[in-house]
Ligand binder design. Sequence first.
Ligand SMILES: [Zn+2]
Length: 266
Amino acid sequence: MSVSRNPASWLEVINTYNADLKSSYYEGSLLPKWRKDYAGSFLFCKEYMDKSLQIPPHMRRGFNELFVGTKYLDAGYDALLWCRRGECKTCFQKAGELLGDRAAEQFLTTEEGGRPPDLLVFDTPTGRFRFVECKGKESFTHRQVPKFTEIENYLNHISRARAELLTDSRDEKLFPALSPSQWIHIARVLPEKKIVVRPRKPDAWIPVAGPGQVVIGRLVLKREMLIDELKRFEAGEELPRPKMSWWISHVNEVRIFRSAPTNYFG
Ligand SMILES: [Zn+2]
C-alpha cells in the first residue's frame, strides 16, 4: 500500500486489480455477479443499472469506480456512484440526505464547473461520508481541482448540515487519514504488475570423460594422446596453427591432469 500526496494535495491510495477481473467486467460476466453479491446496495442500484446504457453489456464504463466501491461494501459501508439528478432519482435523494439538500443541489445536479468526485462513500447508521475520486493513470482534468476545492469549502464553511467525515482507522487503505477540512481522497486504480516467468534455459551440455579420457575446456580427449601432445608442445615442436592456439590457452590445465593420479580420471 502507498499513500502519497498528489500535486493538488489530496491523498492518493493505490488499488491494484488482476487483469482477468477487468476482462471479465468488459466481457460482461463480472457485473451480474457483483449485482447479485451486493444486491440492495446503493452502489449497485437496481433502478439505475437496469436501464443504464453506460455499463456492460452496452458500454464498458464504471470498472474503476465499482471495483473501488466493492472494497467499501466489503468493509460494511455503502457508496453512491451515479447520483446526479437525471441519473437516478433514488441515489440523488440519498446524496441529498447525506450532504444536506442545498449541497446536493449545488454539487450533484449539474456537471457545470466539473464533475464531483466519483464515489460518495457513506456509513448508513451514522450518515458520515467522504468523497473518493477513482482514477486510472489519468491526471486531474483542469476543472476537477477547482470543483473539488469548492466542494470542500462548501462543506467546511457554507453548509448548515451537520456533515461529519467518515473515518475508520482499522483500514488506512480505505480511509487514509485526511487533514482537517479535507473530505476527498484519490483512489488510484492500476493493474497488478505481471510477474513474467522466463522459461529456464535448458541445462548446458556437460561433457563427461569416459575411461582413458579427460575433459579440457569442453572437449573430451584421449588422455594418452593428450600427454603425448603436451610433451611435443613443451619441446617446442611446431604444431598446426589451430592446435598451437588451443595449447597456448589450455597448457596449464593439461599439466594439472598430467600430475594427477591416472585412475582419478579413469
Ligand atoms: Zn440509484
